[in-house]
Design a protein around this ligand. Structure first.
Ligand code: SF4
Ligand code: SF4
Ligand code: FES
Length: 219
């Protein structure tokens, strides 16, 4: 440890940071924990997403502040996503349910900004178009790796809320299939064994089949 310090800027304020520490640790040490939201502090939840600009003016794109080490002269711009009331999922969801839960669905102008912004390479815009057609099984797969950083919502000029809808679809499909599991503990154990097949390809196949039928070993 050299003990070297660098200067970084957030919300127009210059703070000192230890070389090599993450942006989040620098903000905590500077007494500004509220300036960037955090959840897991381990690169999983996406709560701490920020955009960056380097000292030479280069845009640094989007980064997770809990993972990104500080660099001298770096400027940090938090990406606040306003709170939203959770929308309850429904079992056996249909397009009309999604439309009434999220009237924003049909506002999409196909600009593609959400897909460009997504750090998880999710085809967000395509998935919104699939939602408009009620293709929920595919939508649920699209959003499997979503970390809910909120960036797709942040960049959407039309306030479409893609990831909120993706989560609603996944929860609604999950709710439809949960009845059998919660009603019978033996079933649950059997289903976990079935779903945790050792072979990766087999596991994926089984998960797809299970999502479709809600049962073990059925096609
Ligand atoms: S950013 Fe919004 S309007 Fe643009 S494609 Fe995505 S959901 Fe549609
Ligand atoms: S919230 Fe949106 S941008 Fe973030 S990972 Fe999920 S789909 Fe991608
Ligand atoms: S706090 Fe969860 S990814 Fe950074």
């Amino acid at each position: 440890m050299t003990g070297k310090t660098v200067e970084i800027k957030i919300l127009g304020k210059t703070i000192q940071a230890k070389a090599g520490e993450t942006l989040v640790h620098a903000l905590w040490a500077a007494g500004m924990p509220e300036s960037v939201k955090t959840g897991c502090a381990g690169g999983v939840c996406g709560a701490c997403t920020v955009t960056l600009r380097y000292s030479d003016g280069r845009p640094g794109g989007t980064e997770l502040a809990c993972m990104k080490p500080v660099e001298a002269g770096m400027e940090i711009f938090p990406c606040p996503v306003e709170d939203d009331n959770p929308v309850l999922p429904v079992a056996d969801p249909e397009l009309s349910h999604l439309q009434s839960a999220f009237p924003t669905l049909n506002r999409c102008t196909k600009c593609g900004s959400c897909t460009t912004a997504c750090p998880m390479s999710i085809p967000v815009m395509d998935s919104v178009l699939r939602m408009q057609k009620g293709e929920f099984e595919t939508v649920a797969e699209d959003f499997t790796t979503c970390i809910h950083c909120g960036l797709c919502r942040f960049v959407c000029e039309d306030k479409v809320k893609p990831h909120n809808m993706g989560l609603w679809v996944r929860r609604s499909l999950g709710m439809s299939r949960n009845v059998a599991i919660t009603n019978n503990e033996d079933n649950a154990e059997q289903e976990w064994r079935y779903l945790l097949a050792e072979d990766r390809g087999e596991r994926l196949q089984r998960a797809r089949q299970f999502r479709k039928s809600g049962r073990v070993g059925e096609t």
